[in-house]
Design a protein around this ligand. Structure first.
Ligand code: ZN
Length: 333
């Protein structure tokens, strides 16, 4: 009996330990927490931003992916080309093995989310839609998650050829319009029917579909993340689309704070919307290159869609990205 009481006392003590005020986080404790949150399913994002992030070295921030204007040779097609796939009832993948582009089909036309490098827009998006029996002339809107070449170089072509309206974060529109006319892929024009999204966000309604656009600066100053509905064999699901991930912005504490705040903002929006599907714009972050193909395989009754990670995992994901940003910010103090 005494022993039993002792065990209870020990339990009570252990329980009490959790009630102690948490010790202030350190870069190391935050990276360790982020590693736990990432698990094995989000290891790609964790590696990219918590392990030697891109802006750790003195290399010009934003150079690589950010520079949309520098001419570069087209990489060997065998390294990037991917077949297009129907992934949900109303969502089609027209990306490369490295970058995602999605076609969201509505009752009044198609919304393209991100447009890849210039060399990929024709084979992947234009020809991909045709292969999927979708008409590229039905592209009504192009949403650019952020103005880096790997996501926006195809925009000018879709705008000029099909009359698509372009949706971008207002600051990213400004940096896009500052590009020289000779920029790779050309420069989209901002007309009265195009949309500049400010800090308040926006709702894009096309036919039966509403895309909730959440302003999430950090990766770029005008990064946009999205919440939108899809259907899986008639079952409605909600997608959270993370618009920018890597730390290739100038290494300034305030930038990490802005990034961290945005991760909390999109996490809250995703939770409020009941999002259970996580998409990103790089296949290394959301496993799209594997998942789009897994989605082609028949599933057992009740088996979730390969992209359906659940609300808890989405919470884990954005807590991880926020922790990685906070770790970098604290490491600079
Ligand atoms: Zn980027």
């Amino acid at each position: 009996m005494k022993l039993r009481l002792g065990a209870l006392a020990l339990l009570a003590c252990a329980g009490g330990a959790f009630a102690q005020p948490a010790t202030p986080p350190t870069p190391d404790s935050l990276v360790a927490a982020a590693k736990r949150l990432a698990g094995t399913d989000f290891a790609g994002s964790f590696a990219r931003i918590c392990v030697a992030p891109d802006n750790l070295t003195a290399r010009t921030p934003g150079a690589g992916r950010g520079a949309a204007t520098a001419p570069r040779p087209t990489p060997d097609r065998a390294t990037w080309y991917a077949k297009p796939y129907k992934v949900f009832d109303n969502l089609y993948w027209v990306g490369t093995r490295i970058h995602n582009s999605w076609a969201l089909k509505t009752s009044k036309g198609i919304i393209i989310i991100d447009t890849l490098y210039d060399y990929a827009v024709e084979p992947e998006i234009v020809n991909g839609l045709k292969a999927l029996k979708l008409d590229p002339k039905q592209i009504k809107y192009v949403i650019i998650s952020h103005a880096h070449g790997d996501h926006d170089q195809g925009t000018a072509l879709l705008q000029s050829r099909f009359g698509a309206r372009v949706v971008m974060g207002a600051p990213d529109w400004d940096s896009t319009l500052a590009r020289p006319a000779t920029a790779t892929g050309g420069v989209p024009t901002r007309g009265a029917s195009d949309i500049s999204v400010g800090p308040e966000g926006a709702q894009l309604v096309l036919g039966d579909t509403t895309v909730n656009i959440v302003f999430t600066p950090g990766h770029t100053v005008g990064t946009l993340s999205l919440i939108f509905p899809v259907k899986d064999h008639g079952r409605p699901l909600t997608v959270a689309y993370s618009g920018g991930t890597a730390f290739n912005f100038p290494r300034v504490a305030q930038n990490f704070q802005i990034y961290e705040d945005s991760q909390k903002k999109i996490a809250a929006a995703a939770a409020a919307a009941g999002a259970t599907v996580l998409l990103s714009n790089h296949t290394e972050f959301d496993g799209a290159w594997d998942r789009v193909r897994a989605a082609q395989v028949p599933r057992a009754k009740g088996e979730p869609h390969p992209f359906e990670v659940g609300a808890a995992a989405i919470g884990r994901y954005f807590e991880m990205t926020a922790d990685c940003a906070q770790a970098q910010r604290l490491s600079m103090q």
